[in-house]
Design a protein around this ligand. Structure first.
Ligand SMILES: Cc1cc2nc3c(=O)[nH]c(=O)nc-3n(C[C@H](O)[C@H](O)[C@H](O)COP(=O)(O)OP(=O)(O)OC[C@H]3O[C@@H](n4cnc5c(N)ncnc54)[C@H](O)[C@@H]3O)c2cc1C
Length: 413
């Protein structure tokens, strides 16, 4: 007889842990099992590219809850176990050890895998990614023998890892194929600000590069050759920070609708009966993206979607509707973003980037859709209401940094 759980969660990350916590908080008495490939108890990922990489945070301090928490709440964890197939008609999943687990409800919270660089030959030493605690431990263990590290990708993770590696005394080059850093998520002014900061701190930042070949000596990275005739770059390690591939292949093979993640409705149901999906792997229609389908990689999204599924299971369903927010720490600069800026038509700057404290307010059809706040926590707190309500505000009022955003929110009908 295979083991049965009322709620079986695939994944032991932020979304999975939050779901189990919410279910018990809400008085759920059924059996809950979390199955995860990683060996660790549920932990948070944001410090991996920040304090944990530097060595300023211990592994114990990454944990989402103290070790005894899960047992005390009768939340079963099966760590170091990979799900290899989903059989929705039989309401069961298969594990890599050959065992099957049956479920009443299945929640897919499998996150994603770092996207691999196609130019890297298999088996090459000193190629890293940062997704798991084990990834960072592997990188840290190799650092004493590394002098110059090339980071491929100037997104959040690449740009957070750069300051950490500089602090550890490494020479750092960041290579970006787009014409500016953070191009996918922010406006040119914010990109320019971050590029200048990284260069001022000593990062060799190169944009619009075309990676050709990764060079190797004795099975280790020794450099990078470019496709556009630029001179080879000598480096002795490579950190690939070019995003993730959502881990949904098994669900897709089981028949779930997938497109850049697994498609879910506003209650996080997939197209398979009794199967939900939450967190980084879930592709959902978001009203803050004008109703477009998006996949959001953030703690806030993982937590909120977990709450949505808990609500459904607890019999008090409430659709996913909250405003997205995100943060990133680089050097002494704290970026906080509220809303989704995709598709903006106009951007208004509040404050002066030279003062290292300013905000970028994004507008579509005259309405505020997102705000990036750079060392500007007050704008983040006060601007949330503008985004939530999609308030129309005259750009010249937004540009006046002396005028608190809360007055603009209050003044709008
Ligand atoms: C380095 C880093 C820095 C970040 N910084 C920030 C930040 O500053 N702010 C912010 O808001 N967000 C940040 N994020 C994003 C945030 O951490 C993620 O959005 C969040 O962790 C997603 O949670 P999740 O539960 O969906 O996925 P995950 O946390 O990835 O958990 C998925 C789990 O499922 C497991 N799994 C996958 N497939 C299987 C399988 N077949 N069988 C068993 N187990 C499986 C995986 O091993 C993994 O443990 C950061 C992420 C990273 C990696």
């Amino acid at each position: 007889m295979s083991h049965h759980s009322d709620v079986l969660v695939v994944g032991t990350g932020q979304a999975a842990a939050q779901l189990a916590i919410c279910l018990r908080q809400g008085g759920y008495t059924g059996s809950i099992l979390l199955v995860g490939e990683e060996a660790d108890l549920p932990y948070e990922r944001p410090p991996l590219s920040k304090e944990y990489l530097v060595g300023d945070r211990t592994v114990e301090k990454l944990a989402l809850r103290p070790a005894g928490f899960w047992e005390q709440r009768s939340i079963s964890l099966r760590l170091g176990s990979r799900v290899t197939a989903v059989q929705p008609h039989a309401h069961q999943v298969c594990l890599d050890c050959g065992e099957t687990l049956r479920y009443g409800l299945l929640v897919w919270a499998a996150g994603g895998q770092p996207r691999a660089l196609s130019q890297v030959p298999e088996g090459l030493a000193n190629v890293f990614a940062i997704r798991t605690r084990a990834d960072v431990d592997r990188l840290r263990a190799a650092l004493p023998a590394i002098e110059h590290l090339a980071i491929v990708g100037a997104g959040y993770i690449g740009l957070e890892a750069a300051p950490a590696l500089l602090k550890l005394g490494k020479r750092v080059t960041v290579l970006e194929s787009q014409e500016r850093v953070l191009a996918r998520v922010t406006c040119p002014a914010v990109s320019q600000f971050y590029a200048a900061e990284h260069r001022a701190h000593g990062v060799n930042l190169r944009t619009q590069v075309r990676l050709g070949e990764v060079l190797a000596t004795d099975g280790r990275v020794s450099g990078i050759r470019f496709d556009d005739g630029q001179a080879d770059l000598r480096c002795d390690a490579l950190l690939a920070a070019i995003g993730i591939v959502p881990s949904v292949q098994l669900l897709q093979a089981a028949g779930a609708e997938c497109s850049n993640g697994v498609e879910v409705d506003s209650f996080c149901h997939t197209s398979l009966v009794d199967v939900f999906a939450i967190g980084d792997c879930a592709n959902h229609a978001n009203r803050y993206a004008g109703g477009a389908r998006v996949r959001i990689e953030s703690v806030q999204n993982a937590v909120e979607q977990a709450k949505v599924v808990a609500g459904v299971i607890l019999g008090a369903p409430s659709p996913y509707a909250c405003v997205p927010w995100f943060w990133s720490n680089q050097y002494d600069i704290k970026l906080q973003t509220v809303g989704l800026s995709h598709g903006y038509e106009e951007v208004v700057l509040r404050g002066d980037p030279a003062a290292r404290s300013f905000s970028a307010v994004y507008l579509r059809a005259g309405r505020v859709i997102a705000i990036d706040c750079i060392n500007a926590a007050r704008d983040f707190v006060q601007g949330k209401a503008l985004v939530e309500r999609g308030v129309s505000v005259a750009p010249e009022l937004l540009a006046d940094a002396e005028r608190p955003l809360k007055l603009l929110a209050a003044g709008a009908g």
